[in-house]
Design a protein around this ligand. Structure first.
Ligand code: PLP
Length: 379
């Protein structure tokens, strides 16, 4: 099998698995206990808080463990909307957010909030001018993703942060796809809240974190015990958190090298696809793009049919995000970018990681060429 769907999830790194295992049997304590066996667990997860905080230039007290990207996004948006409702009820986001943000905004609209969904251009960038124009006296939150999960476009986060700070508005970014694939500094970028998910960077599923700047206090999301300063109750997923800490350590150490390797492989794949297959279009930005993301449309074919043929060749790809796969009404991201029906229909997403090899790319190109030709002959 050749796995090219790393934006959907990644394999757990062997070092991560090794770090997690003792926390299932030998070190299984509940960190809320007051005996030494439990405080050792508490200390271990607090060390992870430090590792994560350092990776984004935050303070350990600003890192909250969650069950992943979806929960972090829900908490950031609903928690802040509730906490700030006296000041206003207007939220600004974009049309290309992950459903964890879009559907939370739709829920907030039902709860009486007013949400502005910013347009994007054909490469998937929001317009800073439109953002500035949409800011109102009652705007309480700006939530713009760091990098898009379908097309990999990296948004102008530093400039968005500056704008938010100048207008005294809380700025949340969904960095689920960007974290450990690009440098993030919450101070330099004026980020007030940031969501991340461990299974996207070789940690385990069901673990993530939300960074919340110390002077922001979103409403409590999970009511119960005193965990996470009483703001997110529930016994901590200790093995998952320990694994996430190890994944961050490995990710930080490997990031530069791995980005160069993955970007070269992606560019090789793109070069050959663009030069050897006619009527192919790159979706998303050519330069401000996640290193491992490739999203291309082939005219006159269904992306889903190509995906199925590649699957029969042992190659895992996606026709959109994992959450929209199988839904045939087209990607909301590609639609927002203004792509025509032909490009919407023929899209294929390939997301690479440092485990992939150049030999795999040669096989993948051969199979894509062959399958596209077969599908076009049938038309
Ligand atoms: N946000 C983005 C940009 C994502 O790509 C994903 C998952 O694909 C999520 C949020 C949801 O993360 P999780 O799977 O950890 O709930």
């Amino acid at each position: 099998m050749i796995y090219l769907d790393n934006a959907a999830t990644t394999s757990v790194h062997p070092k991560v698995l090794k770090a997690m295992l003792p926390y299932f049997d030998k070190k299984y304590s509940n960190p809320s206990g007051i005996y030494e066996f439990a405080t050792a667990g508490k200390n271990a997860i607090n060390e992870v808080r430090e590792v994560i905080a350092k990776s984004i230039n935050a303070k350990p007290s600003e890192i909250y463990f969650t069950s992943g990207g979806t929960e972090s996004d829900n908490w950031a948006l609903i928690g802040m909307a509730r906490a700030m409702s006296d000041k206003g009820k207007h939220i600004i986001t974009s049309k290309i957010e992950h459903h964890a943000v879009i559907n939370t905004c739709l829920y907030l609209e039902k709860m009486g909030y007013d949400v502005t969904y910013l347009d994007v251009d054909e490469e998937g960038f929001i317009s800073l001018r439109q953002l500035e124009r949409e800011i109102r006296k009652d705007t309480i939150l700006i939530s713009i993703m760091f990098a898009n999960n379908e097309v990999g476009t990296i948004e102008p986060i530093k400039k968005i942060g500056e704008l938010a700070r100048r207008n005294n508005i809380c700025f949340h970014t969904d960095a689920v796809q960007a974290y450990l694939h690009t440098d993030i500094d919450v101070e330099k970028m004026n980020i007030d809240m940031l969501s991340a998910s461990a299974h996207k960077f070789r940690g385990a599923k069901g673990t993530g974190f939300l960074y919340i700047r110390d002077n922001f206090v979103p409403d409590i999301f999970m009511h119960g015990g005193k965990q996470e300063k009483g703001r997110r109750a529930g016994t901590e997923n200790v093995p998952g958190i320990i694994g996430m800490g190890e994944a961050v350590k490995v990710g930080i150490a490997d990031m530069q090298k791995s980005n160069v390797y993955v970007r070269n492989m992606r560019d090789y794949l793109l070069y050959r696809i663009e030069h050897e297959i006619p009527d192919v279009y790159l979706n998303g930005a050519r330069h401000m793009r996640l290193p491992g993301n490739l999203n291309v449309s082939f005219s006159n074919i269904e992306g889903e049919s190509l995906l199925i043929m590649l699957d029969m060749d042992g190659i895992c790809t996606s026709s959109g995000s994992a959450c929209t796969a199988g839904v045939s009404n087209g990607s909301h991201v590609l639609k927002a970018m203004g792509l025509d029906k032909e490009r919407l229909k023929g899209a294929l997403r390939i997301t690479l990681d440092a485990e992939n090899t150049m030999e795999e790319m040669d096989y993948v190109i051969w199979r894509i060429k062959k399958n596209v030709a077969t599908l076009r002959d049938k038309e």
